[in-house]
Design a binder for this molecule. Structure first.
Ligand code: CA
Ligand code: CA
Length: 464
């Protein structure tokens, strides 16, 4: 029995369901515990036997054990309607495979998702053990109040004994946060589902009616994302506001578009709108990989409508038939179509008193197809760039409303220049249907400075 399971279920090793169907021929002895037992047959023995058998019957094709999996278990499952139907005639043979066959389409990738093997105590960035990566981002004066800690407490954990506590002090602001996640090499021909359980232990028993991200109710803000380090695109995730103290499961699905990059799948605790000390518990953090058809190449029809704004009237833009504009922050943020020397483009001006949680968004609703590789691009310009100023944070991306998931290069820092610059990302939607293509400007990261950003030549088209 694996160590942790042995501790949890001390009698399990003797149970019938834990016996190997293909045990080793000889018994071994565990020198530490004195136990005597038999493990399963080593796979190389079977591999050798298959190789010899294949040679023996004169098959020239390269045959491996894994092929039996495809030709037997997976196909059989496709033809029967229930596990019972499958299991009865093949009871003895298939029982050890059933769990695997049911999941033949998906593989769990994260190490120690329940934190059961993680050593309780403060988690270090440098000693990530079990694949976990930790970040504590904050000014030196609050460094020792940024908490990423493994706690062992069966009553408080979502499962098992261990879970991770994330905490921020009352004075954490803007870009200060704590993170736990894992950096994984993902494949372009797979679909991924990330899931995690989170809980705000200091929240009320029940969420107040009508509580949402902008309602101003007390909350804990959690960011659950998958992203590349170099911010070139291929990000997915959700920002979630917790309004009560119940455990909540967060999930999102995505396709990786750049297999050469490692993707960090992570949960962060962000500072609250109203300054408060915040704690969030994290447990059962998983990433599951499933087979997905290769991305489809389509003809290069542009999906976006009036991407150069040429058909729009100059002036403030509200909800329109093509482009819509909305802001959180009222008159502090203005979005309008500008006409300069016969050229039209869109400008967002955010005044200097705009706070972290105020934002503006320009968008268009598009019908996109699942599995198609789309390239989104637009030109952006930092109109009031001043030497030495921190670049504003722009978000260019796609939003799937049904699942409340964002895709695209989040928190893009604009180039330090007054010149137009083209920004691009590639995305393969995991769902058919309505998507919001948007460019957003956040108070977040703008450090209270006035920010004026212009955009032009939006496009979204199937890529090579
Ligand atoms: Ca756990
Ligand atoms: Ca234009």
């Amino acid at each position: 029995m694996p160590d942790a399971l042995n501790r949890k279920y001390p009698n399990a090793a003797a149970e019938w369901r834990w016996q190997w169907v293909f045990p080793q021929e000889n018994r071994w002895k565990n020198n530490k515990t004195g136990e005597v037992g038999r493990h399963h047959v080593h796979e190389t023995i079977l591999q050798r036997a298959v190789k010899e058998a294949v040679k023996g019957v004169g098959i020239v094709k390269h045959v491996r054990c894994h092929m039996f999996w495809h030709s037997f278990a997976t196909h059989l499952l496709g033809e029967v309607t229930s596990m019972r139907q499958l299991a009865i005639p093949l009871l003895v043979l298939l029982l050890p495979f059933t769990a695997v066959v049911l999941d033949s389409d998906s593989t769990q990738l994260m190490e120690d998702p329940g934190f059961e093997e993680t050593r309780p105590g403060k988690l270090e960035t440098t000693t990530t053990g079990k694949g976990w990566e930790v970040q504590r981002i904050g000014r030196p004066e609050i460094q020792n109040k940024l908490v990423v800690e493994c706690i062992s407490d069966k009553k408080l954990a979502h499962s098992g004994n261990n879970f991770v506590k994330l905490a921020l002090p009352k004075d954490a602001v803007g870009f200060e946060f704590v993170t736990i996640g894992q950096r994984l090499k993902l494949r372009a021909d797979r679909e991924y589902e990330a899931a995690v359980w989170v809980r705000w232990p200091d929240g009320p028993e029940k969420a107040p009616a009508k509580a949402n991200a902008t309602s101003g109710h007390p909350s804990a803000v959690v960011s659950f994302w998958a992203r590349h380090k170099d911010a070139k695109g291929d990000f997915a995730g959700r920002d979630v506001w917790l309004f009560d103290r119940q455990w909540k499961k967060l999930t999102f699905r995505f396709r990786a578009t750049d297999p050469d990059q490692k993707t960090l799948v992570y949960v962060s605790l962000l500072p609250n709108q109203t300054p408060r000390e915040t704690t969030v518990f994290v447990d059962d953090f998983t990433l599951t990989e499933s087979k997905a058809p290769a991305a489809v190449a389509k003809k290069k029809d542009e999906v976006v409508v009036d991407g150069d704004f040429s058909k729009l009237k100059a002036g403030p833009l509200g909800f329109g038939p093509t482009w819509s504009f909305a802001n959180i922050g009222g008159m502090k943020i203005v979005g309008e179509v500008i006409e300069e020397q016969g050229q039209k483009f869109f400008r967002i001006a955010m005044n200097k008193n705009t706070t972290n949680y105020e934002s503006a968004q320009l968008w268009q609703i598009l019908n996109l197809e699942k599995g198609v590789r789309y390239e989104v691009s637009c030109r952006l310009r930092w109109d009031n760039y001043k030497e030495g100023a921190e670049p504003p944070i722009v978000n260019l991306g796609m939003y799937h409303e049904d699942t409340d998931t964002w895709y695209g290069p989040i928190d893009l820092k604009l180039k330090k220049s007054k010149e137009w610059e083209t920004y691009k990302f590639v995305h393969i939607p995991p769902y058919d249907g309505k998507w919001k293509l948007y460019v957003g400007l956040n108070g977040w990261g703008n450090f209270g400075n006035q920010v004026i950003v212009s955009c032009d030549d939006f496009s979204c088209k199937p890529a090579e």
